[in-house]
Structures are given as C-alpha cells and as structure tokens.
Design a binder for this molecule. Structure first.
Ligand code: ADE
Length: 247
C-alpha cells in the first residue's frame, strides 16, 4: 500500500518512523510519503491560508494550493481521506476497508479547515471520505493521519508478527476485548482468575467470551445494540440475560 500525507507540519508525522509502522515502512510493506503542502505554493511567503469569506474567526486553507497538491498525487486508485470533526467517525470496520486500498492520500487541514470546494470537487472525480476521530476537536488533521496510518498499517499482511492478535482484540467482532493477565499470579492481593490457569482451552475461551460480553454490556451497550441476533449463541444469551435482562 502507498500512503501520501500532505501537511504544513511534516515533522508531526515523524512518530510513523517508530515501532511497528516504522518497521513496516523500512520492510517495504507500506510506502509512506510525507509532503509539505507549502511545496505547492508559488508566492514568497508560501501562503496556504486566507480569511474566511463572509467573515468570522480564524483562517481557511486555500483550495488552489490544495488542488495543485492533490492533482499531483492522485492516481486512478486513490482514496482521499480528509480528517475533519464533521466527517464519518472512524471505526474498525472502516479501517479494515481502508487496509484493502492501494493508495491513500491523507489531506491534513489546519486552522478553520480546508475550503469546502476541495471536498466537493474531489468527491466528483475521485473517492473522498471526510473522517472524524470522534466528537471533539483537535488542532488539525495530523493527529488523525497518525491514527489512520497506524490503525491501517497494522492490518497489512506481515506488519503484526502474530496475526492471531489481530483476531482477538477489541472491536473486531463488535465487542470489547476480554481482560488480560500475566505473571505474577498474585499482585497486591489481586489474583489472576483461576480458570485461566486450569489449562482447559475450551473453558478459557468460554470465560473470555463471557467477559467480553459483560464488559461490552457494562461499558459500551451501544456496541451490543448494533450486533445482529446471529452474533450470539445460547451461552452468550445466558450471560447477556444475566447482566441486562432478556431482550
Ligand atoms: N480536525 C479537528 N478535529 C478533528 C477530529 N475530531 N477528527 C478529525 N480531524 C479533526
């Protein structure tokens, strides 16, 4: 997969050189290019913004500069991601679909955002999705670009050493993950649940499933409500009936 990130703060993306994503880039599993948007300006001050038409606070990023950048980077397979608090909220399902893409261009806005005609124009001639990290505001798209690249890259074949760890984690089957433990068996008076040391794989799997269901019901009932009936077996139902009552 190729990923191009366009930003006025290229240094913000430096953490992508670390850890698993950094290794994936060095191993050639992800081709990552970070570009300075100011490279597409032509004036002495390398201006990327202007005042909002109609008045108001702050500055808006200019469509002509973004247009030149995106025209240069677009191919037939590009999916443009435009971080914005007004976008679709990122979730694991969308991350999984992005992991199947050939080419992502992440356009990081700053200030009050990018002139709305950029999203309007590229929605007609390319695939473009405005993506939100959640219902809060950060100062620009760079932090969303970090999240997107990390979340997508770890799903690419060969990036995470043991692919099984991608199967048993929060949000993959629509549930939160069960709690995990390591040694020592007793820490500050708190014991590891006995079932995990019994060596009986089916019992451990059932206990983990039950805990995932209980945790999800307690912390994120909205996730449970989104799952189809077919997602639950009889044992699941018993657990859910005990914590939230029969549906
Ligand atoms: N830019 C500012 N706030 C944002 C958010 N919540 N998600 C994505 N990009 C943003």
């Amino acid at each position: 997969m190729r990923v191009d990130v366009v930003t006025i703060f290229p240094d913000y993306l430096q953490p992508l050189g670390l850890s698993l994503v950094g290794k994936a880039v060095r191993d050639g599993l992800v081709e990552l290019h970070v570009h300075d948007l100011r490279g597409w300006t032509h004036d002495r001050h390398r201006t990327v913004d202007d005042t909002p038409v109609g008045g108001g606070a702050g500055m808006v990023m200019r469509p002509d500069v973004w247009g030149q950048a995106l025209d240069d980077l677009l191919t037939d397979t590009t999916h443009i991601l435009l971080p914005s608090p007004a976008g679709r909220v990122l979730d694991q399902g969308f991350v999984q679909s992005l992991a199947a893409e050939e080419h992502l261009v992440i356009a990081c806005g700053r200030y009050e955002g990018i002139d709305a005609r950029v999203a309007e124009h590229y929605s007609t001639c390319a695939r473009l999705t405005e993506v939100s990290l959640g219902d809060y505001v950060v100062n620009g798209g760079e932090v969303a670009a970090l999240v997107l690249v990390e979340a997508v890259a770890r799903l690419l074949p060969g990036v995470v050493g043991n692919p099984q760890s991608l199967v048993e984690e929060s949000h993959v089957d629509g549930l939160l993950e069960y709690p995990v433990y390591t040694r020592p068996p007793l820490w500050r008076g708190l014991a590891v649940p006995a079932v995990l040391t019994c060596g009986h794989h089916a019992q451990i799997a059932r206990w983990r499933r039950d805990e995932a269901l209980r945790r999800t019901a307690a912390r994120r009932p909205d996730l449970l409500a989104r799952l189809d009936d077919a997602a639950f077996d009889d044992a699941d139902r018993q657990v859910l009936d005990a914590v939230i009552g029969p549906s």
